[in-house]
Write a protein that binds this ligand. Structure first.
Ligand SMILES: Nc1ncnc2c1ncn2[C@@H]1O[C@H](COP(=O)(O)OP(=O)(O)OP(=O)(O)O)[C@@H](O)[C@H]1O
Ligand SMILES: [Mg+2]
Length: 435
C-alpha cells in the first residue's frame, strides 16, 4: 500500500481547519523529519462529516497550496486523517493450533490467527474497516506478546481491534482528496492519529486515555497495558460551546468564539464578575465573564458526564494510571485540565504534539496533534507493516478527478464477505512487503 519514497505527506480534514504536513524521510535512519505545515480554515464539514463536497475539495486544495508555499513541495500522495464521526470499534479474538508438539510461529500462522479473529465479527451494513489492529498476542496462555513471529508454542491467540466507519463517509473523504488533485495512500482515523501524535511510550504501556476535542468531534482512544482497548468518536466539539454562548448571550458566532477563548474553566476563575465588552453591528454589548464561563462549563461537563465517563467506566479508570491526555483545539481553553480532573477525578495533562519543536511556530499546538500523528503512523507502518492493517476498501476515487485518475470500483456495494477477503489481501500484501 505504501510506496517507499523520500517525501511523505499527511492531510487532516478537520471540521474547523484542514491541514497538510510534509516530511522528508531520512535515508539513513528511515525516520521522517517534518519540513512544513499548511493550514487553512475548513468549509463544508459539520460534526466531522462532509456536508458540502465542493467546499471541502476547495479547503483541501488551499491547504495543499499553503503547504506548497511553505515547503516548495507539492504533495501528490497523502495519508489522510479524518474525524471519523459514526466510527465504532469492535474487539474480537482468534485462536489457532500450531500442532501437537511445540514449533515456531510463522507469518502464515499470524495471518491465520488474525483471520480467525475476524471471522467472529459481524460488520454493520454499509460499514468498512479503516484499521484492523492486532493489539496483543498470546502463546500457550502467555499473554502480552507484541510480535509472536519466531516464538515457540502449540497454541497462538490474538486480540484484534477492528475500527469501522460508514463506507460512504470514507469514500467521500477519498473522493474529496482525489478531486483536489492528490492521491490517497492511506487513511488514519483521528483518535488513533491524535494518540500517536501526543503519547509517550511510557503512557501507552501504563494505561491512558487520549481525548482530542476538536471543532465538531471528540475522539477518544483508551490504552490499557500497552494495547488499544477502545476507540470512539463523539459528535460534540468546540463548535457546540461556541453555539451555546452565541445562543444564550444572543451574540454572533465570531463574538461567541472570542468570548470562549477569553474565559477560564478553572475553579480559581477570579474574574467571574469581570464585565466583557463586545461589538455587534456597530453597537456595544456587555456580558459578565461568569456567564460565558457557566455556558462553556455546562457543555463540557455534559460531554464528560454523559459520554466520556461511560467510555472510561467500560474499560475501568483504575487501569489508566497515566490518566487523561487532553488535546485538540479545545484543550487550549484556559483551566480545562483542572476542570476535567475535577469532573473525572483523574490526573489530566494537556498535550501538544510530541514533535511540536519540529513544527512551525503557530502550527504546533494541541489542535495539530492528529496532523503530527499521521507522520508517526507512517513511521510505524514503514517499520512494522503488520501493526496496523489498512482499510478494507480500495482507496481510489469513485468519481472522475481533476487529474483524470483511474476510477476505483464502486465500494458502496462492498459486502461483509469482501471485507474478509480484502483484509486478508491486505495482510498478505503487508507480509509480502515484510519478507
Ligand atoms: N485558544 C483557544 N481557546 C479556546 N478554544 C480554542 C482555541 N483554539 C482553538 N479552539 C477551539 O478548538 C476547536 C477547533 O479545534 P481543532 O482545530 O482541533 O478542530 P478540527 O480538527 O478542525 O475539528 P474535528 O477534529 O472536530 O473535526 C474550535 O472549536 C475552536 O474554537
Ligand atoms: Mg481534529
Amino acid at each position: 500500500m505504501y510506496e517507499k519514497i523520500d517525501l511523505i505527506a499527511g492531510l487532516d480534514i478537520g471540521t474547523t481547519k484542514t491541514s497538510v504536513i510534509v516530511a522528508e524521510r531520512d535515508r539513513y535512519t528511515g525516520e521522517a523529519q517534518i519540513i512544513g505545515v499548511g493550514s487553512v480554515p475548513s468549509a463544508g464539514l459539520r460534526k466531522g462529516l462532509i456536508v458540502n463536497f465542493e467546499q471541502v475539495v476547495r479547503s483541501v486544495s488551499y491547504a495543499l497550496e499553503d503547504a506548497e508555499s511553505m515547503t516548495g513541495i507539492r504533495a501528490d500522495s497523502v495519508f489522510v486523517c479524518f474525524s471519523g464521526a459514526l466510527t465504532t470499534s469492535i474487539t474480537s479474538k482468534g485462536m489457532v493450533s500450531l500442532g501437537s508438539t511445540p514449533r515456531q510461529v510463522t507469518e502464515i500462522d499470524i495471518q491465520r490467527v488474525i483471520e480467525a479473529s475476524l471471522s467472529e465479527i459481524s460488520m454493520p451494513n454499509n460499514y468498512c474497516t479503516v484499521h484492523t489492529i492486532p493489539v496483543t498476542y498470546s502463546i500457550d496462555g502467555q499473554r502480552g506478546i507484541d510480535d509472536p513471529l519466531g516464538m515457540t508454542g502449540v497454541r497462538l491467540e490474538v486480540e484484534v481491534q477492528s475500527i469501522m466507519s460508514p463506507t460512504a463517509t470514507v469514500q467521500n473523504v477519498v473522493n474529496c482528496a482525489e478531486r483536489a488533485g492528490v492521491s490517497v495512500a492511506g487513511l488514519v482515523i483521528k483518535p488513533l492519529a491524535s494518540a500517536l501524535g501526543v503519547l509517550s511510550p511510557g503512557e501507552i504501556s501504563s494505561g491512558v486515555a487520549v481525548i482530542d476535542i476538536g471543532g465538531g468531534t471528540t475522539g477518544i482512544s483508551i490504552y490499557v497495558d500497552g494495547a488499544l482497548k477502545r476507540l470512539t468518536v463523539i459528535q460534540i466539539g468546540g463548535d457546540h460551546i461556541t453555539n451555546d454562548i452565541a445562543r444564550v448571550l444572543k451574540v454572533p458566532i465570531e463574538v461567541a468564539e472570542e468570548l470562549k477563548r477569553y474565559v477560564s474553566l478553572g475553579e480559581d476563575f477570579d474574574a467571574y464578575d469581570e464585565e466583557l465588552e463586545f461589538m455587534v453591528q456597530g453597537k456595544r454589548g456587555f456580558c459578565s465573564a461568569g456567564q460565558v464561563h457557566e455556558v462553556a462549563y455546562n457543555r463540557l461537563e455534559e460531554l464528560f458526564d454523559d459520554f466520556i465517563k461511560k467510555e472510561l467506566r467500560d474499560v475501568g479508570s483504575i487501569l489508566l494510571p497515566s490518566g487523561i491526555v487532553l488535546t485538540g483545539g479545545v484543550a487550549k481553553m484556559k483551566g480545562i485540565a483542572e476542570m476535567v480532573s475535577e469532573v473525572l477525578n483523574m490526573p489530566v495533562r494537556v498535550a501538544n504534539p510530541l514533535d511540536s519543536a519540529k513544527m512551525p511556530p503557530g502550527r504546533n499546538g494541541s489542535e495539530y496533534a492528529s496532523l503530527a500523528g499521521i507522520i508517526k503512523y507512517m513511521n510505524i507502518i514503514e517499520k512494522c507493516p503488520f501493526k496496523f492493517i489498512g482499510p478494507s476498501i480500495t482507496l481510489t476515487s469513485t468519481i472522475s478527478s481533476k487529474r483524470g485518475r483511474s476510477y476505483g470500483e464502486d465500494v458502496h456495494g462492498l459486502r461483509a464477505i469482501d471485507f474478509f477477503k480484502s483484509v486478508l489481501n491486505a495482510i498478505k500484501r503487508t507480509f509480502k512487503e515484510l519478507f
